[in-house]
Design a protein around this ligand. Structure first.
Ligand code: ADP
Ligand code: ASP
Ligand code: MG
Length: 412
């Protein structure tokens, strides 16, 4: 008897008909003799709607109350699925994160799971039941409701799979697996049979929202096999697993884009030691993650500093920087939300030269200006104007031979 954690995303539980379709899948897996824990997202669009309400209620919503509101979408879907499963004669029970409990830290809006007590869920399974758990939420040591960051139901699922020592974690979504790039913007995208934890980690953190980054960190740490597949058909999905030698041969395995970041430029700052620390410390203290940072060459003892933050943090970050601009002697602060980060990812980049220059050539060939660049062992990212997103993804996908008619010889 296997223990399987199945997670269904927003589109898969988007209305009653789809919830009934999910119930059929869950029942089939249960009736085949498996122990099933189901993790659900809110209905698609629901969490966005709830975020909208908090913004109407307050310009800078207090984070505890923000989480109280935006965690509620999942309560609806788990209750409904449990009801449908019971109508089908199955013993199903729904659980909020706090009822499991899933204990997190107190970083509202992007809390990290600290521990999971699986006792209650295992009792349910041992008595022949199906446990239906709310994704995306937990509870801090003081009893406050927390959320795990957008897309966080994936993390609930993988963390539960790790805590319960499940045999498999299945992520059911609206595409058939992990593709070479987002299949919704590039028709030529190819489904991968397998992808390594490290590559998936980079792809997720660079914008391939098919899996939340934290979920891949959990999967890698606890070696949870994760199968990404469609909730609408039975097609073979993509297995996220440990790297094997075959994977290393592929130079570039995916192209990602992220429209969820914004750029802040601090202009003409006196070029003195300590300026960067003064600028970034208050951002860190406010729980704001800074992604890319570029400092321009100093002219007449002045320099420009540009960095990116998530769109969600942009307003708060801009205000913090404005508040300290006098103290650091900056001449001006400019924000730009019309940017996208385009990245290429591949384990084989470790051992192949020339990938970066090829990326720059391809983008410049289309007249796309690169505003910022960052690299790691297995990825290269460029910030460009958001209007070029789809074009950049398509031309890079083609240039690196990732399409369905892929070229197998050396592409670099
Ligand atoms: P769910 O609601 O099921 O969690 P998400 O919308 O969070 O689904 O994630 C699935 C979406 O991820 C797909 O519809 C697709 O547009 C997007 N996506 C981005 N990059 C990729 C990729 N490389 N492979 C598959 N899907 C991707
Ligand atoms: N409902 C949450 C969101 O929209 C969590 C999830 O879907 O994974 O971000
Ligand atoms: Mg998701």
């Amino acid at each position: 008897m296997a223990l399987i954690v199945q997670k269904y995303g927003g589109t898969s539980v988007g209305n009653m008909e789809r919830i009934k379709n999910v119930a059929k899948r869950v029942a089939a897996a249960h009736n085949a003799g498996n122990n099933i824990v189901v993790v659900l997202s809110a209905m698609s669009g629901e969490t966005n709607k709830l975020v909208g309400f908090t913004n109407e209620a307050s310009e800078f919503p207090i984070s505890r109350e923000y989480d109280m509101v935006i965690s509620t979408g999942e309560q609806v879907t788990i209750g409904l699925l449990a009801l449908v499963l019971r109508e089908m004669g199955l013993k199903a029970k729904s659980f909020l994160g706090s009822q499991v409990p899933i204990i997190t830290d107190s970083q509202f809006g992007s809390a990290r799971i600290e521990s999971i007590d699986g006792t209650r869920l295992l009792e349910e399974l041992n008595s022949g039941g199906i446990a239906v758990v709310a994704g995306f939420q937990g509870v801090d040591p003081n009893g406050n409701i927390t959320t795990l960051g957008r897309g966080g139901s994936d993390t609930t699922a993988v963390a539960l799979a790790a805590a319960l020592k499940a045999d498999l974690c299945e992520i059911y979504t609206d595409v058939e697996g992990v593709y070479t790039t987002d299949p919704n913007i590039c028709q030529d995208a190819r489904k991968l049979d397998k992808v390594s934890y490290d590559e998936m980690l980079e792809m997720a953190s660079l914008g391939a929202k098919v899996l939340q980054t934290r979920s891949v960190e959990f999967a890698k740490k606890y070696e949870v096999p994760v199968m990404v597949r469609s909730s609408f058909n039975d097609a073979q999905g993509t297995l996220v697993c440990k790297e094997d030698t075959e994977m290393e041969k592929v130079v570039v395995s995916g192209i990602t884009y992220n429209k969820g970041e914004a750029k802040i430029s601090v202009l003409r700052v006196p070029d003195r030691p300590g300026i960067a620390a003064k600028l970034f410390r208050p951002l860190t203290e406010a729980g704001i993650n800074v992604d890319m940072i570029v400092q321009n060459i100093s002219h007449d003892a002045h320099t420009d500093l540009t960095f990116t933050v998530t769109n969600t943090d942009f307003k708060r970050a801009f205000k913090i920087v404005q508040d300290i601009s006098g103290e650091i002697g900056a001449k001006d602060i400019v924000g730009d939300t019309n940017i996208a980060k385009i990245s290429i990812v591949g384990a084989g980049m470790r051992s192949h030269a020339g990938v970066a220059s090829k990326m720059f050539d391809v983008l410049s060939g289309e007249g796309i200006n690169i505003q910022m660049i960052s690299t790691s062992e297995i990825k290269i990212s460029c910030v460009v104007d958001v209007k070029y997103t789809e074009l950049a993804v398509r031309v890079l996908h083609e240039a690196f031979g990732l399409g369905k008619q892929e070229v197998t010889e050396e592409m670099v």
